[in-house]
Design a protein around this ligand. Structure first.
Ligand code: ZN
Length: 146
């Protein structure tokens, strides 16, 4: 079993309230305010938390809001070159685990609160604003530790 699968198994065993929601149509969700002090269990970054819990372990992802290609690890050399030629800042393509506020539902088959999805730095920076989240996005309920 790889480290992401082990991590997921442990979180699910210790936090019965954990759940993954799938966005079934484009939706606007509030980008959480003041979330920088919140930490994922076991020193994981929020994007690695999302990778483990969603089961999508890829390093190359899509921003859940604007659809831009974003990277968890090193950006491939070829793309770095291309971004340079296009005058783009490669740091805009770093994958971050963003905190989104899911409102308390009318039917209680899931809970409201913070959920994590992959975002580019620009979309992640829209704190307190409602941002579009694309259909098909996996939202992973935040389990935070002190
Ligand atoms: Zn984006």
């Amino acid at each position: 079993m790889n480290k992401f699968d082990e991590y997921k198994k442990e979180i699910e065993a210790n936090h019965k309230e954990y759940m993954t929601l799938c966005v079934d149509d484009d939706v606007f969700l509030q980008n959480g305010n003041n979330t920088s002090e919140r930490n994922a269990p076991k020193g994981y970054s929020w994007i690695d938390y999302w990778r483990a819990m969603s089961g999508n372990h890829e390093s190359s992802l899509e921003c859940s809001s604007c659809g831009k290609m974003i990277f968890v690890d090193e950006i491939p050399q070829m793309l770095k070159k291309m971004y340079g030629l296009m005058g783009l800042n490669e740091n805009e393509n770093i994958a971050l685990g963003g905190h989104l506020v899911v409102p308390e539902p009318h039917s209680h088959n899931y809970s409201g609160g913070f959920y994590i999805a992959p975002l580019c730095p620009k979309c992640n920076g829209q704190q307190g604003k409602n941002i579009k989240i694309k259909k098909g996005t996996a939202l992973c309920r935040e389990i935070a530790v002190d």
